[in-house]
Design a protein around this ligand. Structure first.
Ligand code: ADP
Ligand code: MG
Length: 355
């Protein structure tokens, strides 16, 4: 991707480690009052006064979590920030600072890392997050990115995975499955391109799906929206692995069961049509596709009136006693046990490799 023919050829060794750090971070300037000292010392200094501090970290490895063949580096940087911010929002908190650590091989020119940092910077700016530090080292092969995000919340606002009660409503934000189908479209195009490098893909009808894959947006808006509605969820989690595994996480952590209604799962029309095209069941994709970065939470039945009219929120089921187990109620009104990856009536042709 970054060969000399594209004019991207400044070798990393030309800058050296400190030069590179300086080069990549020179335009980061802290904006938040909680950032006392950002990049440039041995450590950052933050001040959250008497609030709770939220900390979360994610490691992204080339070839495992991303493929640079169809993930532009700018998008990768953006997405790496989103993945972390999403975990902070899932605690019903505000994301405030991140640190960014990279291990990079010399096959990447400086220009490639500039792209990565442009994505990180854009995400940080749009989400009002300060970049306050990181680490830079070499890698013998691929690229590794580790981001740690910090956040802040009032003590009483923090929501864990463990507070769901029987009869609570199960609620999801946005719509599901689009990011996974975006990846399917991109993978198909990669194969087409391999077979015929001159093929001009027409991806217009897949714009929403591809954007959801390449430029996911974490739900920064949800913690303040819940506050405005006067609703405190009893439990919450972000949807990174697929609805099914996240429901299971809430159930296990809260010691409850759940009934999830297939006909309530929010799907964008673009997901429905691409699933028809790929001959894949759209419910399977919503349940096990992953990377939606929507939020899944539970609320008390009493809060139903506060959330029911909100277009961002869809009630998709309710919690039960733990003994009742975790089920999907299908459109045909049959009860199918939820499993972590898809559900057990999944047809063979849709099966993912369990690796
Ligand atoms: P140290 O040797 O103390 O770890 P470094 O030279 O690695 O210090 O880092 C100097 C400063 O630059 C620190 O504030 C560090 O947090 C920041 N930093 C280093 N690498 C990165 C990076 N990839 N992205 C953002 N900040 C970085
Ligand atoms: Mg260091």
């Amino acid at each position: 991707m970054f060969d000399d023919s594209q004019g991207m050829k400044t070798n990393l060794s030309e800058l050296g480690e400190f030069g590179l750090i300086e080069h990549l971070t020179r335009s980061f300037s802290p904006k938040l009052t909680s950032t006392i000292k950002a990049i440039g010392d041995d450590a950052a200094v933050l001040n959250f006064e008497n609030k709770y501090t939220i900390v979360t970290t994610d490691l992204l490895v080339e070839g495992v979590h991303f493929d640079l063949a169809y993930m532009p580096l700018k998008h990768l940087g953006y997405k790496a920030v989103m993945v972390n911010a999403s975990d902070v929002y899932a605690m019903n908190a505000k994301a405030t600072q991140i640190t960014v650590s990279i291990a990079v091989s010399n096959r990447f020119p400086v220009e490639a890392l500039e792209e990565l940092y442009a994505g990180i910077q854009l995400a940080a700016k749009l989400y009002n997050i300060d970049v306050v530090g990181g680490d830079t080292t070499s890698s013998t092969s691929g690229l590794l990115i580790s981001i740690t995000a910090l956040g802040v919340a009032d003590k009483d606002d923090v929501v864990l995975r463990s507070g769901a009660k029987p009869n609570d409503l199960l609620v999801v934000t946005g719509d599901l499955g689009a990011a996974y189908m975006g990846l399917q479209v991109l993978e198909r195009e990669k194969q087409v391109f391999k077979a015929n490098p001159n093929a001009q893909p027409d991806l217009d009808q897949y714009t929403y799906l591809i954007e959801r894959q390449l430029k996911p947006e974490a739900r920064k808006d949800i913690p303040p929206l819940l506050k405005e509605l006067g609703v405190k969820p009893t439990s919450m989690i972000d949807i990174s692995d697929g609805l099914s595994s996240e429901v299971i996480h809430i159930c296990k952590n809260s010691q409850v069961g759940a009934n999830l209604y297939e006909d309530k799962i929010p799907l964008d029309p673009a997901v429905i049509s691409v699933c028809e095209e790929f001959d894949i069941n759209s419910t399977t994709i919503a349940l096990s596709g992953g990377e939606d970065y929507e939020l899944l939470f539970t609320v008390s039945q009493e809060d139903y009136d506060k959330i029911k009219a909100n277009p961002n929120l869809t009630v998709i089921g309710h919690m039960t006693e733990e003994e009742e187990g975790m089920h999907l109620i299908t459109r045909a009104n049959t009860k199918i046990p939820l499993i972590a990856r898809g559900w057990n009536s999944m047809e063979d042709k849709n099966k993912k490799n369990e690796d």
